[in-house]
Each structure stands twice: as structure tokens, then as C-alpha cells.
Design a protein. Structure first.
Length: 259
């Protein structure tokens, strides 16, 4: 192998190390990206579900405004608020259902209870603006209805906790992926550098430096007129080997046959 080939071997080892490191980094980044997307999706579901619970509370507060109103005119703004919040709940339920994965079955009872809540509170709003706050108070302000509303919010909170429980394993997996990728990158880099340095030392010392030193010493002795020089028989098959053959001939004016 020529000297250029030996140098290219060193470069190839270092280049291979770089390629492997890039591959490990790319694979780790791709896996982290998928985990980040999943984390974002689950976080969005949990956030939307929390908003759902807030809207239910808002509907309840608007209903209390109807109960406390002095007449129909005073109850109308609260009734409009109930209908507005119920519409927001419907839109939010559609958004949540569009984002659900394996949690779809767990959300069905919540969606069903919310539909019943909508029917009941729509009637509260209607009574408040048609028959007056007193009729709405009789319909909605009772222990049975409060118990149903508390059960609804408890089911929403339970579903939110279900989503939050999915976040921890995903975060742990993301942390493990980052740690594993960093460890692999460091290992590949260190091993690659050690191998590269080892090959560089092998080629540089054993295959380049030592043969060049021997040739240099031989040529110096020949140049000084010392013909009692033992030429190496096991010459490297590169430019250094060519020097072993050609240089003595040049120095001695062609009186020596190449060995």
C-alpha cells in the first residue's frame, strides 16, 4: 500500500467514527422528537380537559346568577352566559375526541354525562327567561342536582388524572433516551478516537517513521562511502521501498545493481 493509501486509512477510520456518531445522534433525535410529539399530544388533552372542568364551573355560576336574579330581565344575561358556556363545552368535547387515542373509551362516559348536563342547564336557562328565576331555582337549585354536578366534575378530574399519569412514563422514557444517546455518542467517539489514534500510531511509527529512519541511515552511510551496508530485503511496497532500491543506485552512479 502506498503512503497515500495509509494516510487515507487513518482518515477513513476517523471519518467512519464521525458517520457513526452522526447516525447515533440522528436516531436519538428522531426518537426524542416522536416522544416530544406524544408528550405534547397528551399534555394538550389534559389541558383541554381541565378547561372543560372550568367551563362546567362557569355554567354553575351563571345558573346561580339566575337563581339570585330579581326578575326575568335580570336573569337574561346569566341565561345567555349558560348557553354560551354550553356551546363552548360542545366545541371542546369535539376537540378532545379528535385528539384521543387509547383513552377514547374512558372519555365516553364523561361525554355522555356532559350531554345530560347540557340538557339540564339549557332547561335552567329557558326557565329563567320564560317563567322567571323562581322556576329556574326550583328546577336547578337542589341537592340532587348538586350531587350530579359534583359527580360530573369528579369524572372529569379522574379523566384528567388518567391523562397526567400517561405523562410520567413518557417523560421518563425521554430522559432515558437522552441519557442513552449521550452515553452511546461518548462511547463511539472515545472508541473511534482510540482506534484512530492506534492506527495512526501503527502506520505513522511502524510503517512510515521506522522504515524512513532505516532508509535515511543507510543512505547517509552510503553517501559517506561506507559500502559495507546491508540492504533490507523485506522492503515495504510503497515509496519508501522504492527509495531502498533507487537511492543506492543514484548515489553510486549506477555501479550497484538494485537489491
Amino acid at each position: 500500500m502506498k503512503i497515500s493509501g495509509k494516510i487515507y486509512s487513518i482518515v477513513a477510520v476517523l471519518g467512519l467514527t464521525t458517520v457513526i456518531s452522526c447516525g447515533v445522534a440522528f436516531n436519538g433525535m428522531r426518537h426524542e422528537s416522536r416522544l416530544s410529539e406524544r408528550l405534547d399530544e397528551v399534555s394538550q388533552r389534559a389541558f383541554l380537559t381541565e378547561r372543560l372542568n372550568g367551563l362546567v364551573t362557569s355554567v354553575v355560576m351563571e345558573a346561580r346568577g339566575i337563581y339570585a336574579a330579581a326578575d326575568v330581565d335580570k336573569a337574561k344575561p346569566f341565561a345567555a352566559g349558560i348557553l354560551r358556556d354550553l356551546e363552548s363545552i360542545d366545541k371542546l368535547v369535539v376537540r378532545i375526541q379528535g385528539r384521543l387515542g387509547n383513552e377514547g373509551a374512558a372519555f365516553e362516559p364523561v361525554a355522555r354525562d356532559l350531554q345530560g348536563f347540557k340538557v339540564f342547564r339549557t332547561e335552567t336557562a329557558r326557565l329563567g327567561v320564560t317563567e322567571g328565576p323562581r322556576a329556574a331555582n326550583v328546577q336547578g337549585n337542589n341537592e340532587a342536582n348538586r350531587a350530579n354536578r359534583k359527580d360530573l366534575q369528579a369524572s372529569i378530574i379522574k379523566f384528567t388524572e388518567l391523562l397526567r399519569n400517561e405523562l410520567e412514563p413518557l417523560r421518563d422514557e425521554a430522559d432515558a433516551t437522552r441519557s442513552r444517546t449521550a452515553t452511546t455518542l461518548i462511547s463511539v467517539t472515545v472508541v473511534g478516537l482510540l482506534v484512530g489514534i492506534g492506527i495512526a500510531l501503527l502506520i505513522g511509527t511502524r510503517l512510515l517513521s521506522r522504515p524512513l529512519v532505516r532508509v535515511s541511515q543507510t543512505l547517509q552511510r552510503l553517501a559517506q562511502g561506507d559500502l559495507n551496508v546491508e540492504m533490507a530485503t523485506n522492503r515495504p511496497k510503497d515509496e519508501i521501498g522504492d527509495l531502498c532500491v533507487d537511492s543506492p543506485i543514484v548515489l553510486l552512479g549506477g555501479h550497484l545493481e538494485p537489491l
